[in-house]
Design a protein around this ligand. Structure first.
Ligand code: AMP
Length: 171
């Protein structure tokens, strides 16, 4: 996946000192790179049951709806607090300092549906693990967690070891 890696821009010290930010806008604007990203993720999940693709706000939305179209599945957004207009469920998760929460519409997933969760980057796994909890709260079955980028020097994969986890580009 080295050619995809070349399309990902690394921005040191963003959004704060010490963070090396993996910017996927340079991959998204590249016609071949973007299409190949979706094709490769699709090829991995085409053999698995997927009824719904869940995208995590905000950068997960760049990839999850494209994956839903590619797999013939529906798309469900998981949103930051206060954005969803209808009844919803929330989950709180720990950040380096403090905590945050994410929300999903209470009727977004039917019990027993197979759900693929998509985000751009897997770092500590806190976000994806919270989203998996939301899906399971609604009775959904997490059939996979897919990422464009995996930061393998962080313990994200270990945190999500009970799930089928796949990523395209590893650092
Ligand atoms: P985590 O919960 O630690 O796995 O963080 C994952 C979320 O934070 C994803 O939604 C990413 O978009 C974002 N993220 C974390 N670290 C980075 C990074 N170094 N570069 C870009 N995005 C990141």
């Amino acid at each position: 996946m080295d050619h995809l890696k070349q399309l990902i821009r690394e921005v040191p010290d963003f959004p704060k000192p010490g963070i090396n930010f993996y910017d996927i806008t340079t991959l998204l604007k590249d016609r071949d790179g973007f299409h190949e990203t979706i094709e490769l993720l699709k090829d991995h999940y085409a053999v698995k049951p997927v009824d719904v693709v869940v995208g995590i706000e905000a950068r997960g939305y760049f990839f999850a709806p494209a994956m839903a179209l590619a797999l013939g599945a529906g798309f469900v957004p998981v949103r930051k607090p206060g954005k969803l207009p209808y009844q919803h469920r929330s989950v709180e998760y720990a950040l380096e300092y403090g905590s945050d929460s994410l929300e999903i519409h209470a009727d977004a997933i039917n019990p027993g549906q197979n759900v693929l969760i998509i985000d751009d980057v897997l770092a500590t796994g806190g976000t994806a693990s919270a989203v998996a909890k939301l899906v399971e709260m609604l009775g959904g079955r997490v059939s996979g967690l897919g990422f464009v980028i995996e930061l393998s020097f962080l313990p994200g994969r270990e945190k999500l070891k009970n799930y089928d986890l796949f990523s395209l580009v590893k650092y």
